[in-house]
Design a protein around this ligand. Sequence first.
Ligand SMILES: CC(C)(COP(=O)(O)OP(=O)(O)OC[C@H]1O[C@@H](n2cnc3c(N)ncnc32)[C@H](O)[C@@H]1O)[C@@H](O)C(=O)NCCC(=O)NCCS
Ligand SMILES: Nc1ncnc2c1ncn2[C@@H]1O[C@H](COP(=O)(O)OP(=O)(O)OP(=O)(O)O)[C@@H](O)[C@H]1O
Length: 235
Amino acid sequence: MRIVGLTGGIASGKSTVSNLFKAHDFPVVEADLVARDVLKKGKTGWKKVVSAFGDDILQPDGEVDRPKLGQIIFSNPEKRKLLNRVLAPYIWFGIFWEVLKLWMEGFKIIVVDVPLLFEAKMEKWTKPIVLVWVDSETQLQRLMLRDSTSEDDAQNRINAQMSLDLKKTKADLVIDNTGSLKDLREQFRSILVIITKPLTWTEFGFSRRGVALFLLSIVVGVLMYFQRSLYTSSL
Ligand SMILES: CC(C)(COP(=O)(O)OP(=O)(O)OC[C@H]1O[C@@H](n2cnc3c(N)ncnc32)[C@H](O)[C@@H]1O)[C@@H](O)C(=O)NCCC(=O)NCCS
Ligand SMILES: Nc1ncnc2c1ncn2[C@@H]1O[C@H](COP(=O)(O)OP(=O)(O)OP(=O)(O)O)[C@@H](O)[C@H]1O
């Protein structure tokens, strides 16, 4: 099994690339969706966050007021670390569970879209790592436009993550999304060629078929062993 890590910075274009993967029928696990699920009212993640941040972060219906929590954590590094610490195990498990379900369905290539792949030290589980990079000015402009936020607010959110230039040094494949959507689609096509190369032996070994073959060879080996010992004891 090949787990392709898709990462980038806030508003660098991960979801846009993620949608291209989906359009090409690749299964995509989205960490942001897992994180949303973990924070739903009544879930363990929700309970832990409420006990760490208090009832003030809740809407009248009991759901987490996401913009409010965002304001708190993106302007206060200590609070952000606290939220990350509280939610990390649930997000990690949620991603693992989604990957496991897709593995059981027999998918050989799975894309995991994790904005904080490097920050959360999850990169060792994915290969190759595709980084959606964008220059800092374009990132700021796109973020302000998409979320209708002030420059200060957008910059705080960008500063809350590892710089895209540093991420670039850690990634295997880089998509430069500073240009047009057409440019992006062209780069995506080249990335697809690399990602869809035949699985290595190790990747095959971890695929559902590889594991099934491994188990089958153990069963056959054990049967042959017993058949041989039965034959030699009857002589
Ligand atoms: C603070 C929350 C409630 C704000 O929700 P909101 O709907 O406004 O934003 P959304 O979830 O769509 O996130 C948008 C982007 O913000 C960035 N981001 C989210 N959380 C963090 C964080 N803790 N540190 C740095 N960047 C973050 C990511 O690039 C993400 O794609 C939410 O982001 C959250 O629960 N964050 C903690 C969970 C987490 O770490 N998510 C990232 C998954 S790896
Ligand atoms: N090449 C492009 N040209 C113009 N706009 C783009 C391009 N790529 C993405 N965008 C726009 O930039 C914004 C950010 O893109 P997107 O939502 O894909 O980023 P993201 O990395 O998934 O963000 P987040 O981390 O916040 O989830 C969106 O409004 C999107 O439509």
